[in-house]
Design a protein around this ligand. Structure first.
Ligand SMILES: Cc1cc2nc3c(=O)[nH]c(=O)nc-3n(C[C@H](O)[C@H](O)[C@H](O)COP(=O)(O)OP(=O)(O)OC[C@H]3O[C@@H](n4cnc5c(N)ncnc54)[C@H](O)[C@@H]3O)c2cc1C
Ligand code: SF4
Ligand code: SF4
Length: 954
């Protein structure tokens, strides 16, 4: 890795930032501070359409560090911005000063009162919090659409909400207590009377300030009324000053006003939520109305006693998804005026659910609909309906013109005026030529989103956007007395309009509130409160074209959670951001030095540490596989030289696998002589001498594999034939590692198991020369990869009787590629699915009283095998652990040898996720298993070992 030391970059910073840096490195390790171009750019991005480049980024790990950093920042008057998952849309989590990440290391939680309370640190992902609460059939109240990505710090600081929580179960309504660090580094725990007392003593001015604001508001009836009225609907414009009306005690006010304060008043180190019931039974109906007015009439009849969600979609929104696979065909036949409402009911029992469905139908009986109202409680059916709703925003993003930005606005109107307001909103959009814009939203809360796409690279386009926003602001505020931001937070986007929405008196109070907590404006300045009336038109994110594969990226960050390199180098979103900046710099010719550094550093940060597993595509709303992009780049970098090497390996494949086998046999012999410690030490030294090209040995490095002898297999039950293709990985590395539990060869266990189930095994001819091409594809050697897979395809066609017999390959990533590129006639399986679909009914399982871990590889995840994995493993062991937090292992074929730190970082949490009595781990890819064993300290082998051990023939 060729990186300049941080000191070089720090020297280029303004003097006070240098002083800041030299002070904080006394208590924050320098390895968690970044000032280089690639990381300040990539880590600095959020999901909004604004961009700022931070000068310094710090991954903060503890409250003590955070307190210390804030103290130094305060004394030097250096602005800081807190960062959780960076999915904010209004520009509130970006800065050109210091960005403080509170993600890794902020994941502790505790559950109390039988699941009715949960205390969460800010780096916990919302859906993980809900997973922790599952055993209690409870969940947290806030439910933004980003719950699988957004973190508690961001959810609370934005007062984020979603389809069901409305204004009743958001963070404001469900916060019980909070631990906070203020701008001067002081800490407060609102649950601890001692802490509150101490805070009152050390910060009398804060307490007085709060009390004065409270009294000022409560003595002004008009203001009190305004506050009450505005918070009847969703509102995240400005501060949550309802805290001063709803509460009297200063500490109650403080913990509530922190909600929705977007990191401008203090840092939340822990929040305790009152949890809500997670209903077991759900049903949904997609109700189509002849027009928007009728749909809104229906909304007026519904309430949360009856339905938990009612999502409104205009015709343009429905049109954006109607071509997608699985969408109901009637969508295409709707008239241009039609509108839809997606309604959900939830209950604790089936009977209650039925009565809610009936209730909703009765309640809407007088409202004309295009089709009769039909609810479904069949999981995959109602999930399909929600797929329509969830697909709308990405569909617009995916269809936008090259170089255009997606802008999502978030307004709320009083529910009784929703129909009128939506029609007017559409007229405003049409007036400024946003005909492709769509409107949808959380109708029960009067909250609608409108999404438009446009370029923001010319003065005319910026003016067009300005006109749209100004008209929308006038309409929402003056005519409908609504909210300019209902749930996405004020950010930089609406900060210039807070006064317009709230009026002079309330805005002045908000300014005073900021003054009470952060007189020097060091906490996220300009967000919520700003003097800059043009802020919403400044610092737009550039959207240059970089490559077809990644151009559709909307920088939402949904892909980040799955990426094995997320804590080591870059996430998929960050890779794309860097590539966009490289493309922009190339296009403009601006700053060649910066371009050179970005290109150089990308080699390690973007390319070498990308596992090309493609797991990012599984959560990307526009389906981007950044791994494919990495492979394409590798192919381009390889050039003709690489292609020639690929051809040479292809022609001598059998020889190459023999050499690899020899290497592993030698290592195994050396280990038996030298022992684990000495062997590890020697290979570490050799790896360092080789410039990290030689693999580091460990006791879980596989032993040499072998190619099975086709003449030694048995006859099977008539009619049971299977083709077994041992992958080149198992032929070279299918031997057990010295630390493995079962010392048999993988291919031997495969054969034993299949024969036990009565199968006659057929092998392809010339197995030693065959390979699916996967190792070549990941290196960008597409030609060699395709040639190899074609040869294998022919061999499999021949020995499977033209696709009649099932084919099993012992390595899951190989099957993933084979299914992708080979003739669909071939019925191909990796071991787990073959066991599940073909062997389970032919074998007698005996469950062992043990705890085993299971790792579902990326390819198995993409093939949707998780539940089959669970079922097979649960037939063999009493307790099966499948740690949800452990996703791609980052071993990625040979990456685990070349860049072991990727595997180390990806599996950093594995050990802690495994119970002490976990005796072994199982998966279905030999290389992944090596990495898993090494990082967990327990032996991981193929699932076939477990099944073979626990079964006898029927
Ligand atoms: C496609 C898409 C859909 C979305 N849908 C919704 C939706 O349905 N509902 C909704 O409400 N939002 C939605 N959002 C917006 C966003 O996802 C949410 O507001 C989310 O809660 C932000 O969380 P985060 O972890 O990404 O926070 P970040 O973006 O990292 O930070 C959010 C704010 O919190 C501050 N902050 C972070 N941590 C702390 C802390 N510990 N203490 C104090 N301040 C802190 C930051 O400075 C920033 O101001 C959507 C975004 C996208 C991209
Ligand atoms: S790659 Fe996909 S998931 Fe990731 S930021 Fe881009 S659009 Fe979002
Ligand atoms: S392919 Fe894997 S490592 Fe590469 S960006 Fe996607 S998730 Fe990350």
């Amino acid at each position: 890795m060729a990186m300049t030391s941080i000191d070089g970059d720090v020297q280029n910073l303004p003097e006070k930032y240098q002083e800041f840096y030299h002070t904080i490195i006394k208590f924050v390790p320098v390895t968690r501070i970044f000032a280089d171009p690639i990381r300040t750019l990539a880590y600095g991005i959020d999901a909004s359409f604004y961009r700022l480049l931070p000068k310094l980024i710090i991954k903060v790990n503890t409250p003590e560090e955070m307190g210390g950093i804030l103290k130094v920042a305060s004394s030097l008057k250096i602005p800081v911005t807190f960062r959780a998952a960076g999915t904010s849309l209004s520009g509130q989590s970006i800065t050109d000063s210091v960005l403080l990440f509170a993600t890794q290391g902020w994941s502790k939680y505790s559950i109390s009162e039988g699941g009715e309370r949960i205390a969460l640190q800010p780096g916990i992902i919302g859906s993980d919090a809900n997973d922790y609460l599952k055993p209690y059939a409870r969940k947290i109240g806030p439910d933004p659409a980003t719950i699988n990505n957004a973190m508690i710090g961001g959810i609370a600081a934005n007062n984020a909400s979603g389809m069901c929580c409305g204004t009743a179960d958001n963070s404001y309504k469900t916060v019980a207590d909070m631990k906070i660090i203020f701008a001067d580094g002081s800490m407060l725990d609102t649950a601890d009377p001692v802490s509150c007392k101490a805070f009152s003593k050390t910060h009398p001015m804060v307490i007085q300030g709060i009390e004065q604001l409270r009294d000022e508001i409560n003595n002004n009836n008009e203001l009190k009324e305004l506050i009450r009225r505005k918070f009847k609907i969703k509102c995240t414009t400005g501060y949550g000053i309802n805290s001063f009306v709803d509460f009297h005690d200063p500490f109650d006010i403080i913990k509530h006003v922190m909600i929705g304060s977007e990191g401008t008043l203090g840092f939340i180190t822990e929040i305790t939520y009152k949890t809500i019931i997670d209903h077991e039974y759900k049903a949904s109906a997609l109700i189509i109305f002849p027009d928007m007015n009728t749909a809104c009439l229906a909304v007026m009849k519904l309430d949360r006693q009856l339905v938990s969600a009612a999502e409104l979609m205009d015709r343009a929104a429905l049109r954006s998804v109607e071509e997608e696979t699985g969408m109901p065909s009637y969508l295409k036949t709707l008239t241009p005026e039609a509108a839809a409402l997606l309604v959900e009911v939830r209950a604790e029992t089936k009977d209650q659910l039925r009565s809610l469905m009936d209730g909703a139908k009765t309640c809407l009986a007088s409202i004309p609909t295009v089709l009769p109202i039909t609810f479904t409680d069949v999981k995959h059916e109602y999930e399909q309906l929600w797929h329509i709703r969830k697909g709308i925003f990405p569909a617009v993003g995916g269809m936008r013109k090259p170089g255009a930005t997606v802008i999502i606005e978030d307004v709320a109107f009083p529910r009784e005026r929703l129909a009128e307001a939506i029609l007017e909103l559409r007229a405003v959009m049409d007036k400024y030529n946003y005909a492709d814009g769509i409107i949808y939203g959380h109708a029960l809360d009067g909250n609608v989103h409108f999404v438009v796409t446009q370029k923001l690279d010319t003065a005319q386009e910026v003016q067009r956007y300005k006109s749209l926003i100004n008209d929308v602001c006038q309409m929402v505020v003056d005519k409908y007395h609504g909210s300019l931001k209902a749930e996405h937070g004020t950010g930089r986007n609406m900060a210039p309009f807070v006064e317009l929405e709230w009026g002079k008196v309330a805005y002045e109070l908000m300014r005073k509130l900021k003054q009470v907590f952060d007189g020097d404006h060091i906490l996220n300045p300009d967000v919520v409160i700003t003097e800059n009336q043009l802020l919403y038109l400044q610092n737009f994110k550039p959207m240059p074209m970089a490559d077809d594969i990644i151009d559709k990226c909307i920088e939402c960050g949904f892909c980040e959670i799955n990426c094995p390199s997320k804590n080591l180098t870059l996430t998929p979103r960050q890779r794309i951001v860097v590539q966009r900046e490289i493309a922009r710099l190339k296009l403009t010719g601006e700053n060649p030095e910066r371009l050179k550094r970005l290109e150089e550093d990308y080699r390690y940060f973007g390319d070498e540490t990308c596992a090309t597993d493609g797991l990012c595509s599984t959560s990307c709303p526009v389906g981007i596989n950044t791994g494919e992009y990495t492979k394409k780049q590798r192919a381009q970098a390889m050039g003709d030289n690489g292609k020639s090497i690929g051809r040479l390996i292809h022609q001598n494949f059998s020889f190459v696998t023999t050499i690899a086998r020899l290497g592993l046999s030698t290592a195994s012999v050396a280990h038996s002589i030298l022992g684990t410690t000495l062997m590890g030490g020697i290979t570490k030294g050799l790896r360092s001498l080789s410039g990290n090209h030689m693999p580091q040995w460990n006791e879980y490095i596989a032993g040499a594999g072998h190619t099975p002898d086709p003449s030694r297999t048995k006859a099977g039950v008539p009619g049971r034939k299977v083709v077994y293709f041992p992958s080149c990985v198992s032929r070279t590395m299918g031997g057990a590692a010295s630390g493995d539990k079962d010392q048999r060869q993988l291919s031997a266990v495969m054969i034993h198991l299949m024969e036990k189930a009565g199968y006659e095994i057929i092998f392809p001819r010339d197995m030693d020369k065959l390979c699916c091409g996967m190792p070549f594809e990941s290196k960008g050697l597409f030609e060699t990869a395709n040639n190899m897979s074609s040869e294998l395809e022919q061999a499999l066609m021949a020995c499977s009787n033209d696709g009649e017999y099932p084919i099993v390959c012992d390595t899951s990533p190989c099957i993933y590629r084979m299914r992708k590129v080979m003739n669909k006639k071939l019925k191909m399986f990796e071991p787990l699915e073959f066991i599940h679909d073909y062997l389970m009914d032919k074998l007698e399982f005996t469950k062992g009283p043990e705890t085993v871990a299971v790792h579902v590889t990326c390819s198995s995840t993409k093939l949707g095998l998780k539940e089959k994995f669970r079922k097979v493993a649960e037939s063999c062991a009493t307790t099966v652990v499948m740690p949800a937090k452990v996703r791609c292992c980052g071993f990625a074929g040979d990456k685990g040898f070349e860049v072991p730190e990727l595997n180390e970082s990806a599996l950093a949490e594995l050990k802690d996720c495994l119970p002490a009595d976990c005796s072994a781990g199982y998966s279905n890819s030999r290389t992944c298993e090596m990495g898993l064993s090494h990082r967990s300290g327990i032996s991981y082998q193929s699932i076939v070992y477990l099944v073979d051990r626990c079964t006898v023939s029927k």
